[in-house]
Ligand binder design. Structure first.
Ligand SMILES: Cc1cc2nc3c(=O)[nH]c(=O)nc-3n(C[C@H](O)[C@H](O)[C@H](O)COP(=O)(O)OP(=O)(O)OC[C@H]3O[C@@H](n4cnc5c(N)ncnc54)[C@H](O)[C@@H]3O)c2cc1C
Length: 497
């Protein structure tokens, strides 16, 4: 008799671990049986966990190589960070760069990647990423049909490498996701949605051979992968308990900028295999108006940043990532304000962000007189006016770097010509950078530094490449690269089996 969802859930997941402990080694469950009863088993060449950019890139590549592939996702459609992404791909040596007359070298790219990770990104994986980034853009173009916007030179460290997905859907990540789903379906990949992976299945020797799932329709089903299993369930930014545990309590107060379904199965699923977890305290952050999800992004560099008590708290040269990471540490209530004047509103970056605030119906406090805008924003008028007066005076005297805190922008903006605008925002959590460490073959390493047989990982699920910050567009490119590498490895393993 197979096990239905109702009687499985009735006994609870704790029972799984307890029975596993009796029937087999305690560390992971074996396929096809649970509580002494049979579980339906489905067999594939490649089993992919998570329908994000990493999972679908792996699935597509494996299917194009002739594999029988299934993608399991706990939600009713792709619902991870991919659909929230801007759609930037950082890559070098591409036909798009050539098309748009931009030049770059792999050496420069590697240097920038390592600089952004403070030298703590895994150099071997980073080099592989850099070397394969151009190929990833070509693959997305040829196999997924992605079209690219005209490239422009961006500020360091993105410089001349920002490839942005073009298309009707916004943001670019949603367009990418749709095209990946379509390409996977065309190539014969089977999607099983509403199907939560609750455990990885193993041999007694701890090789990973599949995944145990629970779904509304089918109850408990075991999916076996002859070539292996790809962990591509994203990170753990939406799991407050894990955020507290690995990053400390202040970070848990940050609103989420991306998906609310990345709840840390990249950690819980691999623990029974003694996976090596790295960079667990690291995360990407960005400014956000939490209640409406309006994202001011780099607008933080075009005005003055003040707390709700009207005082400045950070150097406005700080990247939006640094501003957001610091906010919950510096400001307990995690709210601050960007004050700009009319001289910057036509700059592309600023204009786009104002439009986003308006579209999201996020508050913008605007008035011809600065005093009135401050009053509308609910900030203390006297203190805030004094802050701006001192700031303007220092900027005019060329002494902004002597303020406390300093403003070391090359071109600090004066706040003097109305109308003035004030945008409230918080530091938000984008994604975690920690997870199982992988080899250059995308194999998950255990604590003895040995690859876990049959277990691969890619995308936001892994740890190792990113530390502290990333060059915008690096995560999607890495997801494609290591997803495809995992596909190659699993298909090769499949042929040998
Ligand atoms: C606002 C925002 C903008 C961004 N912009 C960019 C950008 O422009 N460029 C860039 O490079 N990066 C960007 N990123 C980061 C990028 O989106 C992610 O790194 C990338 O999309 C991660 O893809 P993934 O495939 O690893 O995971 P995800 O896209 O998060 O997919 C994970 C999937 O796994 C599923 N899942 C989770 N647990 C289970 C389980 N137990 N069982 C079954 N399924 C499960 C989820 O439902 C989900 O569908 C951005 C992120 C955010 C939040």
């Amino acid at each position: 008799m197979s096990i239905s969802r109702r009687n499985f859930l009735g006994r609870g997941l704790a029972a799984t671990a307890a029975v596993g402990a009796m029937a087999a080694p305690a560390y992971a469950s074996q396929a096809g049986t649970l509580q002494g009863k049979k579980v339906p088993v489905e067999k594939y060449d490649v089993v992919v966990l998570g329908a994000g950019c990493a999972g679908m890139s792996c699935a597509l590549e494996a299917a194009l190589k002739g594999g029988k592939v299934v993608i399991l996702d706990k939600m009713s459609r792709p619902a991870g960070n991919t659909i929230f992404a801007g759609g930037h791909f950082n890559a070098t040596d591409t036909f798009v760069q050539k098309r748009d007359g931009l030049t770059d070298t792999k050496e420069e790219f590697f240097k920038d990647m390592m600089a952004v990770s403070q030298g703590r990104g895994d150099p071997e994986l980073t080099q592989l990423y850099v070397d394969k980034s151009g190929e990833a853009i070509q693959w997305l173009t040829d196999k997924v049909g992605i079209m690219w916007r005209k490239m422009v030179k961006e500020v360091w460290p993105a410089t001349t490498r920002g490839h942005v997905v073009d298309g009707k859907l916004k943001p670019g990540g949603a367009q990418l996701s749709k095209q990946l789903v379509d390409a996977c379906k065309k190539a014969g990949v089977k999607f099983v949605f509403n199907c939560k992976v609750v455990e990885l299945l193993s041999t007694p020797e701890l090789a990973c051979i599949g995944a145990r799932t629970i779904s509304e329709d089918d109850g408990v089903v075991d999916y076996l992968g002859k070539g292996g299993v790809l962990l591509a369930t994203g990170g753990f930014h939406a799991n407050k308990e894990m955020i507290c545990k690995y990053m400390g309590g202040t970070a848990a107060w940050m609103p989420i900028r991306g998906s609310s379904v990345n709840t840390g199965e990249n950690i819980t699923l691999v623990k029974p295999f003694f996976a090596q977890l790295v960079n667990m305290d690291q995360f990407h952050a960005g400014p956000i108006h939490g209640p409406t999800r309006a994202n001011p992004s780099t607008m933080v560099n075009y005005g003055v940043l003040v707390r709700n008590d009207g005082k400045r708290f950070i150097d406005e040269v700080s990247t939006y990532v640094r501003v957001a990471q610091q906010m919950p540490k510096l400001i307990p209530q995690n709210w601050a304000n960007i004050i700009i004047d009319s001289q910057v509103v036509d700059i592309d970056t600023v204009a786009t962000r104002i439009a986003r605030y308006k579209k999201a119906k996020a508050p913008i406090y605007q008035a011809d007189k600065l005093e009135d805008a401050i009053r509308l924003a609910g900030l203390p008028v006297d203190v805030t006016m004094k802050t701006i007066e001192e700031y303007n005076k220092a900027v005019k005297a060329g002494k902004a770097a002597e303020l406390t805190p300093p403003n070391t922008l090359e071109k600090p903006r004066l706040i003097e010509k109305g109308p003035f605008m004030i945008f409230p925002f918080q530091g938000g959590m984008t994604a975690t950078f920690g997870g199982p460490r992988i080899t250059r073959r995308a194999e998950v390493l255990n604590t003895e530094n040995k690859p876990i047989d049959g277990l691969y990982a890619a995308g936001n699920a892994i740890g190792g490449i990113f530390y502290d910050d990333y060059i915008v567009g690096s995560q999607l490119t890495a997801a494609v690269i290591f997803g495809r590498i995992a596909a190659d490895e699993m298909m090769a393993r499949c042929k040998k089996a």
